[in-house]
Design a protein. Sequence first.
Length: 199
Amino acid sequence: MRRIYGYARVSSTEQHLDRQLEALMAYGVEDRYIITDKCSGKDFECPGYQVLKNQLLRSGDTLVIKELDRLGRNYEQVKTEWHDLQQMGVDIVVLDMPIVSTADKSDLEKKLIANIVFELLAYLSEKERLKIKTRQAEGIASAKAKGVKFGRPRIEAPDGFVEELQKWKSGKQTATETMKKLNLKRTTFYKLVKEGNFV
């Protein structure tokens, strides 16, 4: 018997599912067939979704979601999930984007829709990456303008470093003696030697 399941998700316990639940029930999903999660959309480890996908959904069933990103915010993974659901023979209805819904569509139409969804997700993913990159660049520029320095601080050589280094290099004293005189740890000493950082 074919069933219609609904899936609703919010990212945190402070957020409410009401808006999504109302939309799912208005579509005709019975309350007992609605699965919910309160977890991040960064991956697909949400317990409700795992039960839905691995135990409840069968070929011929329909999965209804309010928005495409209810499946997750990682667009590459959403593509994988969409493909997996299609392979299982599950139709997908996206209430806020009816054009990509596969219910009551022919195999050819479903294939076409999958291509549209994948192109859309690729576009959204690239847009998100550019947005993050822009935000990072703006954040760094703003921090630099405020005098924030990035990267590891430069290690300055102590007074007398060059003289003591010459003694070590000429064999007049050991590396351990040189470090002791300069009060340097082994890693710092060799880092200064390697970088030639003799300020």
